[in-house]
Design a protein around this ligand. Structure first.
Ligand SMILES: *Cc1c(COP(=O)(O)O)cnc(C)c1O
Length: 305
Protein backbone atom coordinates (compact mmCIF):
# COMPACT_ATOMS: atom_id res chain seq x y z
CA UNK A 1 0.00 0.00 0.00
CA UNK A 2 1.18 3.53 -0.73
CA UNK A 3 2.35 5.25 2.44
CA UNK A 4 2.88 9.00 2.71
CA UNK A 5 5.03 11.09 5.03
CA UNK A 6 3.52 13.48 7.51
CA UNK A 7 1.86 16.45 5.82
CA UNK A 8 3.60 19.72 6.73
CA UNK A 9 1.51 22.84 7.34
CA UNK A 10 3.25 26.15 6.85
CA UNK A 11 2.01 29.58 7.88
CA UNK A 12 2.59 32.46 5.47
CA UNK A 13 3.58 35.81 6.95
CA UNK A 14 2.77 38.88 4.87
CA UNK A 15 1.74 42.45 5.50
CA UNK A 16 -1.36 42.02 3.31
CA UNK A 17 -2.48 39.33 5.72
CA UNK A 18 -1.80 41.14 8.97
CA UNK A 19 -3.48 44.27 7.55
CA UNK A 20 -6.65 42.27 6.96
CA UNK A 21 -6.29 40.28 10.20
CA UNK A 22 -6.37 37.02 8.27
CA UNK A 23 -4.03 34.07 8.85
CA UNK A 24 -3.05 31.88 5.92
CA UNK A 25 -1.59 28.38 5.95
CA UNK A 26 -0.40 26.07 3.18
CA UNK A 27 -0.94 22.33 3.46
CA UNK A 28 2.11 20.99 1.65
CA UNK A 29 0.76 17.92 -0.10
CA UNK A 30 3.56 18.47 -2.59
CA UNK A 31 5.98 17.21 0.06
CA UNK A 32 4.36 13.96 1.20
CA UNK A 33 6.09 11.46 -1.07
CA UNK A 34 9.26 11.62 -3.17
CA UNK A 35 7.49 10.67 -6.42
CA UNK A 36 3.72 10.37 -5.97
CA UNK A 37 3.05 13.98 -5.18
CA UNK A 38 0.11 16.01 -4.01
CA UNK A 39 -3.52 15.09 -4.32
CA UNK A 40 -2.66 12.34 -6.81
CA UNK A 41 -1.32 10.24 -3.95
CA UNK A 42 -4.75 10.22 -2.30
CA UNK A 43 -6.59 9.65 -5.56
CA UNK A 44 -4.52 6.58 -6.40
CA UNK A 45 -4.30 4.96 -2.98
CA UNK A 46 -7.61 3.05 -2.91
CA UNK A 47 -7.60 2.44 -6.65
CA UNK A 48 -4.36 0.50 -6.38
CA UNK A 49 -5.66 -1.40 -3.36
CA UNK A 50 -8.75 -2.30 -5.41
CA UNK A 51 -6.65 -3.35 -8.42
CA UNK A 52 -4.75 -5.75 -6.18
CA UNK A 53 -7.97 -7.08 -4.68
CA UNK A 54 -9.22 -7.82 -8.19
CA UNK A 55 -5.99 -9.66 -8.93
CA UNK A 56 -5.01 -7.29 -11.73
CA UNK A 57 -1.31 -6.90 -12.48
CA UNK A 58 -1.72 -4.06 -15.00
CA UNK A 59 -3.20 -0.58 -14.64
CA UNK A 60 -4.14 1.55 -17.64
CA UNK A 61 -4.97 5.23 -17.65
CA UNK A 62 -5.32 8.29 -19.88
CA UNK A 63 -3.71 11.70 -19.89
CA UNK A 64 -2.19 14.60 -21.77
CA UNK A 65 1.54 14.77 -22.46
CA UNK A 66 2.28 17.00 -19.44
CA UNK A 67 -0.17 15.32 -17.07
CA UNK A 68 0.52 15.17 -13.34
CA UNK A 69 -1.78 12.17 -13.26
CA UNK A 70 0.31 10.21 -15.78
CA UNK A 71 3.46 11.06 -13.82
CA UNK A 72 1.89 9.89 -10.55
CA UNK A 73 0.43 6.69 -11.97
CA UNK A 74 3.79 5.75 -13.49
CA UNK A 75 5.57 6.24 -10.16
CA UNK A 76 2.88 4.61 -8.00
CA UNK A 77 2.47 1.61 -10.30
CA UNK A 78 6.21 0.98 -10.23
CA UNK A 79 6.30 1.26 -6.45
CA UNK A 80 3.35 -1.11 -6.05
CA UNK A 81 4.56 -3.63 -8.59
CA UNK A 82 2.03 -3.06 -11.38
CA UNK A 83 2.64 -2.94 -15.10
CA UNK A 84 1.39 0.49 -16.26
CA UNK A 85 0.04 1.63 -19.61
CA UNK A 86 -0.47 5.31 -20.35
CA UNK A 87 -2.73 6.23 -23.25
CA UNK A 88 -1.44 9.67 -24.19
CA UNK A 89 -3.38 12.31 -26.13
CA UNK A 90 -1.42 13.54 -29.15
CA UNK A 91 1.34 12.53 -31.49
CA UNK A 92 4.52 10.93 -30.27
CA UNK A 93 7.35 13.40 -30.85
CA UNK A 94 10.97 12.46 -31.44
CA UNK A 95 12.01 13.62 -27.98
CA UNK A 96 9.84 12.97 -24.96
CA UNK A 97 9.05 15.89 -22.64
CA UNK A 98 10.20 15.56 -18.99
CA UNK A 99 6.83 14.15 -17.83
CA UNK A 100 6.76 11.37 -20.41
CA UNK A 101 10.49 10.74 -20.05
CA UNK A 102 9.93 10.13 -16.34
CA UNK A 103 6.92 7.88 -17.01
CA UNK A 104 8.94 5.83 -19.46
CA UNK A 105 11.85 5.53 -17.02
CA UNK A 106 9.40 4.18 -14.46
CA UNK A 107 8.43 1.51 -16.95
CA UNK A 108 5.12 2.92 -18.15
CA UNK A 109 4.25 1.81 -21.68
CA UNK A 110 3.19 4.89 -23.61
CA UNK A 111 0.50 4.51 -26.24
CA UNK A 112 -0.13 7.65 -28.29
CA UNK A 113 -3.52 8.31 -29.85
CA UNK A 114 -4.80 11.33 -31.74
CA UNK A 115 -7.45 13.60 -30.29
CA UNK A 116 -10.39 12.02 -32.08
CA UNK A 117 -9.46 8.55 -30.82
CA UNK A 118 -8.69 9.89 -27.35
CA UNK A 119 -12.23 11.22 -27.09
CA UNK A 120 -13.50 7.62 -27.08
CA UNK A 121 -11.74 6.94 -23.78
CA UNK A 122 -14.97 6.02 -22.01
CA UNK A 123 -16.45 3.91 -24.81
CA UNK A 124 -16.81 0.17 -24.31
CA UNK A 125 -15.57 -0.86 -27.78
CA UNK A 126 -12.46 1.32 -27.53
CA UNK A 127 -11.64 -0.09 -24.08
CA UNK A 128 -12.19 -3.62 -25.38
CA UNK A 129 -9.75 -2.87 -28.20
CA UNK A 130 -7.19 -1.79 -25.60
CA UNK A 131 -7.78 -5.06 -23.69
CA UNK A 132 -7.25 -7.06 -26.85
CA UNK A 133 -4.00 -5.24 -27.36
CA UNK A 134 -2.56 -4.99 -23.86
CA UNK A 135 -4.33 -7.76 -21.96
CA UNK A 136 -6.64 -7.32 -18.99
CA UNK A 137 -6.13 -4.19 -16.88
CA UNK A 138 -7.55 -2.13 -14.03
CA UNK A 139 -8.85 1.09 -15.54
CA UNK A 140 -8.09 4.39 -13.84
CA UNK A 141 -10.02 7.17 -15.59
CA UNK A 142 -8.38 10.32 -16.99
CA UNK A 143 -7.46 12.61 -14.11
CA UNK A 144 -7.98 9.67 -11.75
CA UNK A 145 -11.38 10.69 -10.42
CA UNK A 146 -13.82 7.97 -9.39
CA UNK A 147 -15.47 6.95 -6.12
CA UNK A 148 -12.30 5.33 -4.77
CA UNK A 149 -10.32 8.47 -5.56
CA UNK A 150 -12.84 10.49 -3.55
CA UNK A 151 -12.55 8.04 -0.67
CA UNK A 152 -8.83 8.86 -0.76
CA UNK A 153 -9.13 12.65 -0.98
CA UNK A 154 -11.60 12.53 1.93
CA UNK A 155 -8.55 11.57 4.04
CA UNK A 156 -6.54 14.72 3.24
CA UNK A 157 -7.96 16.74 6.13
CA UNK A 158 -7.60 15.42 9.65
CA UNK A 159 -8.96 16.40 13.04
CA UNK A 160 -6.29 19.08 13.48
CA UNK A 161 -7.64 20.87 10.41
CA UNK A 162 -11.07 21.61 11.92
CA UNK A 163 -9.71 24.86 13.36
CA UNK A 164 -9.62 26.53 9.92
CA UNK A 165 -12.49 28.76 8.86
CA UNK A 166 -11.76 28.25 5.15
CA UNK A 167 -10.17 25.45 3.14
CA UNK A 168 -9.17 26.12 -0.47
CA UNK A 169 -8.24 23.81 -3.33
CA UNK A 170 -7.87 23.87 -7.06
CA UNK A 171 -10.43 22.07 -9.25
CA UNK A 172 -9.65 20.00 -12.34
CA UNK A 173 -11.94 16.98 -12.47
CA UNK A 174 -13.13 17.80 -8.95
CA UNK A 175 -12.12 14.55 -7.26
CA UNK A 176 -10.23 16.50 -4.65
CA UNK A 177 -12.96 19.09 -4.12
CA UNK A 178 -15.63 16.38 -3.63
CA UNK A 179 -13.48 14.48 -1.12
CA UNK A 180 -12.86 17.67 0.83
CA UNK A 181 -16.58 18.52 0.65
CA UNK A 182 -17.29 15.24 2.42
CA UNK A 183 -14.77 15.95 5.18
CA UNK A 184 -15.14 19.62 6.10
CA UNK A 185 -16.89 20.25 9.39
CA UNK A 186 -19.80 22.48 10.27
CA UNK A 187 -18.78 26.15 10.12
CA UNK A 188 -16.01 25.56 7.59
CA UNK A 189 -16.14 27.04 4.09
CA UNK A 190 -14.61 25.10 1.20
CA UNK A 191 -13.52 27.23 -1.75
CA UNK A 192 -12.77 25.48 -5.03
CA UNK A 193 -10.87 27.43 -7.68
CA UNK A 194 -11.61 26.11 -11.15
CA UNK A 195 -8.62 25.76 -13.46
CA UNK A 196 -11.00 25.44 -16.39
CA UNK A 197 -12.86 28.14 -18.25
CA UNK A 198 -16.61 28.25 -17.96
CA UNK A 199 -19.51 28.19 -15.58
CA UNK A 200 -20.31 24.55 -16.46
CA UNK A 201 -18.13 23.60 -13.50
CA UNK A 202 -20.87 24.57 -11.03
CA UNK A 203 -23.30 22.03 -12.51
CA UNK A 204 -20.59 19.44 -12.92
CA UNK A 205 -19.65 19.61 -9.25
CA UNK A 206 -23.31 19.53 -8.19
CA UNK A 207 -23.79 16.38 -10.29
CA UNK A 208 -20.71 14.71 -8.81
CA UNK A 209 -21.71 15.60 -5.26
CA UNK A 210 -25.10 13.95 -5.69
CA UNK A 211 -23.65 10.94 -7.54
CA UNK A 212 -21.28 10.36 -4.62
CA UNK A 213 -24.08 11.13 -2.14
CA UNK A 214 -21.93 13.74 -0.39
CA UNK A 215 -23.82 15.96 2.04
CA UNK A 216 -21.31 18.61 3.11
CA UNK A 217 -21.44 19.80 6.71
CA UNK A 218 -19.94 23.18 5.79
CA UNK A 219 -20.46 25.61 2.92
CA UNK A 220 -19.14 25.09 -0.63
CA UNK A 221 -18.19 27.87 -3.02
CA UNK A 222 -16.83 27.35 -6.52
CA UNK A 223 -14.90 30.25 -8.00
CA UNK A 224 -14.50 30.34 -11.78
CA UNK A 225 -12.84 33.75 -12.17
CA UNK A 226 -9.18 32.68 -12.08
CA UNK A 227 -8.71 30.32 -15.05
CA UNK A 228 -6.45 32.78 -16.93
CA UNK A 229 -7.87 31.81 -20.33
CA UNK A 230 -8.60 28.14 -19.65
CA UNK A 231 -7.01 24.85 -18.74
CA UNK A 232 -3.25 24.98 -19.22
CA UNK A 233 -3.44 28.60 -20.38
CA UNK A 234 -1.75 31.46 -18.59
CA UNK A 235 -1.13 35.22 -18.64
CA UNK A 236 1.96 37.24 -17.69
CA UNK A 237 0.38 38.40 -14.42
CA UNK A 238 0.02 34.80 -13.29
CA UNK A 239 3.71 34.09 -13.94
CA UNK A 240 4.66 37.32 -12.22
CA UNK A 241 2.56 36.42 -9.19
CA UNK A 242 4.06 32.91 -8.94
CA UNK A 243 7.61 34.25 -9.08
CA UNK A 244 6.99 36.89 -6.45
CA UNK A 245 5.22 34.29 -4.28
CA UNK A 246 8.34 32.16 -4.49
CA UNK A 247 10.62 35.11 -3.71
CA UNK A 248 8.61 35.99 -0.61
CA UNK A 249 7.80 32.54 0.77
CA UNK A 250 10.15 30.07 -0.98
CA UNK A 251 7.17 27.98 -2.04
CA UNK A 252 7.09 26.94 -5.70
CA UNK A 253 3.67 26.72 -7.37
CA UNK A 254 2.57 25.09 -10.62
CA UNK A 255 1.06 27.15 -13.45
CA UNK A 256 -1.95 24.87 -14.15
CA UNK A 257 -3.52 24.57 -10.70
CA UNK A 258 -1.90 25.88 -7.53
CA UNK A 259 -0.60 29.13 -9.07
CA UNK A 260 -4.10 30.07 -10.18
CA UNK A 261 -5.62 29.14 -6.82
CA UNK A 262 -3.08 31.17 -4.81
CA UNK A 263 -3.51 34.15 -7.16
CA UNK A 264 -7.25 33.90 -6.51
CA UNK A 265 -6.82 33.63 -2.75
CA UNK A 266 -4.68 36.79 -2.61
CA UNK A 267 -7.01 38.64 -4.95
CA UNK A 268 -10.00 37.74 -2.76
CA UNK A 269 -8.03 38.78 0.32
CA UNK A 270 -7.47 42.19 -1.26
CA UNK A 271 -11.20 42.41 -1.99
CA UNK A 272 -12.08 41.72 1.68
CA UNK A 273 -13.65 38.35 0.90
CA UNK A 274 -12.28 36.84 4.12
CA UNK A 275 -13.74 38.24 7.36
CA UNK A 276 -11.33 39.49 10.03
CA UNK A 277 -10.09 36.60 12.12
CA UNK A 278 -10.31 34.05 9.29
CA UNK A 279 -7.86 31.17 9.29
CA UNK A 280 -7.42 29.96 5.74
CA UNK A 281 -5.89 26.61 4.81
CA UNK A 282 -4.77 26.40 1.17
CA UNK A 283 -3.97 22.98 -0.27
CA UNK A 284 -0.74 22.78 -2.22
CA UNK A 285 -1.84 19.87 -4.39
CA UNK A 286 1.55 19.41 -6.07
CA UNK A 287 1.98 19.56 -9.84
CA UNK A 288 5.59 20.71 -9.64
CA UNK A 289 6.74 17.92 -11.96
CA UNK A 290 5.12 19.88 -14.79
CA UNK A 291 7.08 23.06 -14.25
CA UNK A 292 10.18 21.84 -16.08
CA UNK A 293 8.19 20.99 -19.21
CA UNK A 294 6.30 24.27 -18.94
CA UNK A 295 9.56 26.23 -18.77
CA UNK A 296 10.98 24.38 -21.78
CA UNK A 297 7.85 24.93 -23.78
CA UNK A 298 7.31 28.60 -23.07
CA UNK A 299 10.84 29.81 -22.31
CA UNK A 300 9.94 30.69 -18.73
CA UNK A 301 12.04 30.18 -15.62
CA UNK A 302 9.54 29.29 -12.92
CA UNK A 303 11.11 27.62 -9.86
CA UNK A 304 10.11 24.01 -9.31
CA UNK A 305 11.61 23.19 -5.90
C1 LIG B 1 -4.74 16.94 -10.72
C2 LIG B 1 -4.46 18.18 -9.95
C3 LIG B 1 -5.47 19.00 -9.44
C4 LIG B 1 -6.92 18.76 -9.72
O1 LIG B 1 -7.43 17.71 -9.00
P1 LIG B 1 -8.88 17.17 -9.32
O2 LIG B 1 -9.12 16.14 -8.28
O3 LIG B 1 -8.83 16.59 -10.70
O4 LIG B 1 -9.83 18.31 -9.28
C5 LIG B 1 -5.13 20.09 -8.67
N1 LIG B 1 -3.83 20.39 -8.44
C6 LIG B 1 -2.84 19.66 -8.94
C7 LIG B 1 -1.45 20.10 -8.71
C8 LIG B 1 -3.11 18.53 -9.71
O5 LIG B 1 -2.10 17.81 -10.22
Amino acid sequence: MLIHDQIPTQEIQAEQLSDKEVRLFILRLDQIHPLVSGNKFFKLKYNLIQAKKEGKNTVLTFGGAFSNHIHAVAAAAREEGFRAIGVIRGEESSSLNPTLQFAKEKGMELHFVDRSVYRKKEQEDFLNGLKARFGDFYLIPEGGTNSLAIKGTAEILDKNDTEYSHVTCSIGTGGTFIGLASSIVSGQDLLGFSSLKGSFIHDEMRTKLSKEAVLPKGMLTIIDAYHFGGYGKFKPELIHFMKSFYDKFQIPLDPVYTGKMMYGVFDLLQKDFFPKGSKVLCLHTGGLQGVKGFNQRFGEDLPSR
